[in-house]
Design a protein around this ligand. Structure first.
Ligand code: BG6
Length: 472
């Protein structure tokens, strides 16, 4: 296990909210090596003491002793990532042992940071490089970044983070699918009518306006998190749970996504942007994209996977900011029963089976079935929808980054995204973005606190919008 972490973007939002708290927890649980050290790197002119004081104010202090221990292990180095020579000069002394360099920075800094790290000797084997999403802005820029990375180190030492893969409930999707005969036997077009993947957030763009105006929900959420969820749900069962078996299968699914054409953009997509509204009882402002009118905070897509297993089954992907409630769900809707033997009255009550896997904020699994509780022995069956509910109550949920940091320090790439997966995902996203451009797909307004623009209704399963807050 490597014991030296260089954290770029150390004063950024992600570092404050997740990366340092994750290290704090890992240290508390004694999961880091005794010799573990962090080199915190950002532009600001701190020294060790002032950075530690700054960080101390931002980390939750309920475990004071461990927090102080973490702070003692942190050294701060101010660096300009745009200047490879000065980077090399300030950082080469940390090439004394194998390191993990973690770039929690905007993607336009990846290439120069990589050159600086290489010059500092910090990418020599067995050192590793971790990158935050998004990797580029489209396929071409992702390939450029990748070429720079590959000039410094090989794929086996590049760790592309998608923090959704570090979430335990996301891993549970695999357990559920592959650990049970019940589901895998019907996991295909003959029995499944549609799949919905919903990632709704109550949070807004909140301080990331500049980034968001360039990326929008399509690039911020769909290109990575949502397509990774889709890939885990739709992939063929891997022969083994090792790193490349899973990534090979995910890549195949991503490559089978049918590119969106301008002719399909109207029927298969919808975009929205939140305006002023009310979320959780609080008035919130609309997203101000600073004159970039062509950017969405909500997107609904109908994706088609052109292979034997999924031909003709729509995968609806919906994500939005400032929704009425926070929920990440996968809803698998099965086909209606093949031959209905009950009366016409019962047929009206019939609901197709539905498997609803809620990943956050709570983890629940719900299987919608039809049954009969009301019938007496001699009268007709009275069918009614009922559901089998399973609330998962794990003893302790970790921040997704805790797991991913440990894996990166140990060198396990299973939960990181491979170069060809990133490319396949961008290829599809580029087709959507080109289809929007050519079809002039509008960005509709929606009030903050609603389930997106009215045009989004066909993309949202009723069960989700009614259970998680009133449908707007
Ligand atoms: C990030 C996006 O990758 O994921 C954010 O950049 C988004 O815009 C976040 O809010 C959602 O993550 P989670 O773990 O809160 O569902």
């Amino acid at each position: 296990m490597h014991d030296s972490l260089l954290l770029f973007g150390a004063t950024g939002d992600l570092a404050q909210r997740y990366l340092f708290p994750s290290l704090h927890h890992l240290l508390r649980d004694r999961l880091l090596p005794d010799t573990f050290r962090v080199i915190a790197i950002a532009r600001s002119a701190h020294d060790d003491d002032s950075f530690r004081a700054w960080l101390r104010d931002r980390l939750d202090g309920d475990d004071y002793v461990v927090l102080e221990e973490l702070l003692r292990r942190i050294h701060y180095v101010p660096v300009d990532l745009g200047d490879a020579d000065s980077m090399a000069a300030s950082l080469s002394r940390y090439a004394d042992r194998p390191a993990v360099s973690y770039l929690s920075t905007p993607p336009n800094l990846f290439a120069s940071a990589c050159r600086g790290l290489k010059a500092a000797g910090l990418l020599e084997a067995p050192s590793r490089l971790v990158l935050e999403k998004p990797i580029g802005h489209d396929l071409a820029s992702a390939k450029e970044i990748d070429a720079t990375l590959k000039s410094a180190l090989d794929e086996s030492r590049i760790f592309r983070i998608d923090h959704y893969l570090g979430k335990a409930p996301v891993q549970n999707l695999l357990a559920l699918r592959l650990g049970n005969t019940l589901f895998e036997a019907v996991w295909e077009r003959r029995w499944i009518e549609s799949v919905d993947i919903i990632v709704a957030e109550t949070a807004g763009v909140d301080g990331r306006e500049g980034y968001y105006a360039d990326y929008g929900a399509l690039r911020d959420m769909v290109q990575n998190h949502m397509l990774q969820l889709l890939a885990l749900i739709a992939m063929e069962p891997p022969a083994a749970m090792d790193t490349d078996s899973i990534r090979d299968e995910k890549r195949k699914v991503l490559r089978a996504l049918r590119p969106m054409s301008a002719a399909d953009a109207g029927a298969d997509s919808v975009r929205g942007r939140y305006r002023d509204g009310v979320v959780d009882g609080h008035a919130v402002k609309g997203f101000d994209a600073g004159g970039h009118d062509d950017v969405e905070t909500f997107v609904g897509l109908r994706a088609w996977i052109d292979n034997w297993r999924w031909a003709g089954v729509p995968f609806r992907l919906v994500t939005g900011k400032r929704m009425p409630s926070r929920t990440t769900e996968v809803v698998v809707t099965f086909r209606p029963v093949t031959h209905w033997v009950f009366g016409a009255g019962e047929a009206r009550r019939a609901r197709p089976n539905q498997l609803r896997m809620r990943l956050q904020p709570e983890e629940t699994i719900e299987l919608g079935l039809m049954g009969s509780l009301a019938a007496s022995e001699w009268s007709a069956n009275e069918l009614q929808p009922m559901s089998l509910d399973l609330a998962m109550l794990p003893p302790k949920r970790r921040i997704a980054y805790e797991r991913l940091m440990i894996d990166a320090l140990k060198g396990d790439q299973t939960l990181f995204v491979r170069d060809d997966e990133v490319e396949a995902a961008w290829r599809w996203i580029d087709s959507v973005s080109a289809a929007w451009r050519d079809a002039r797909t509008p960005v509709h307004d929606y009030p903050a606190g609603s389930w997106g623009p009215v045009e989004a209704a066909p993309f949202l399963p009723r069960a989700v919008t009614t259970q998680n807050g009133r449908k707007a």
